[in-house]
Design a protein around this ligand. Structure first.
Ligand code: HEC
Length: 164
């Protein structure tokens, strides 16, 4: 690079960032020390500086590098009985527990089984879905009541836990 003035104040910084592969000169060998820098270019410089050099900036992951880890099962019920009980749930929660935004039915797939069991008990015991203003909760409460006992709750949640 010919154009930075070797006696100017930032010369050493220009030299360091150029040799560290953080802020390079132009392909024609010039540096243009008086050129303004955009925010986007500054982001490039900072990511290089954080990584150590241009060639050390990691490629962004194409897909997340942390695969979906299924929640550890804490219950073991009768999945076939649960499947039969789940038939009524499909309308609002989806055939694979994916949820239904229009009907306000949240995603159930992937949720911890003990949490689902507790929520179903909460609806049944009137701890959830009782308030007049809780329109969605009040729709869910009678659905939980279709599960006749604790075994029915465990069975349906065992089935829900098979969704991926
Ligand atoms: C008429 C639609 C509808 C049906 C049918 C229905 N649900 Fe729901 N369910 C909802 C709605 C809406 C909510 C969210 C309510 C709230 O905000 O409290 C919900 C919430 C839940 C929750 C709590 C989720 C959480 O993350 O806290 C569970 C568990 C659940 N439902 C299970 C079931 C099961 C099992 C069935 C079938 C026996 C069923 N639902 C049938 C509408 C429905």
């Amino acid at each position: 690079m010919e154009d930075p003035d070797a006696f100017s104040h930032p010369y050493l910084d220009i030299y360091r960032t150029a040799t560290a592969s953080i802020v390079q000169g132009y392909p024609d060998g010039s540096y243009h020390p008086a050129e303004t820098v955009t925010r986007a270019q500054m982001a490039v410089y900072i990511s290089r500086a954080l990584a150590g050099a241009d060639w050390m900036v990691p490629e962004p992951a194409v897909s997340p590098s942390f695969p979906d880890v299924p929640a550890e099962p804490t219950i073991l019920g009768d999945a076939a009985a649960g499947q039969a009980a789940y038939a009524i749930c499909v309308a609002c929660h989806g055939a694979r527990g994916e949820g239904n935004e229009q009907l306000g039915g949240p995603r159930l797939a992937g949720q911890s089984d003990w949490y689902l069991v507790r929520q179903l008990r909460n609806y049944q015991q009137g701890l959830r879905g009782y308030a007049t203003a809780d329109i969605f909760g009040k729709q869910m409460k009678p659905m939980a009541e279709t599960l006749v006992d604790d075994k029915a709750i465990v069975d349906v949640v065992t089935y829900i836990s098979s969704f991926r």
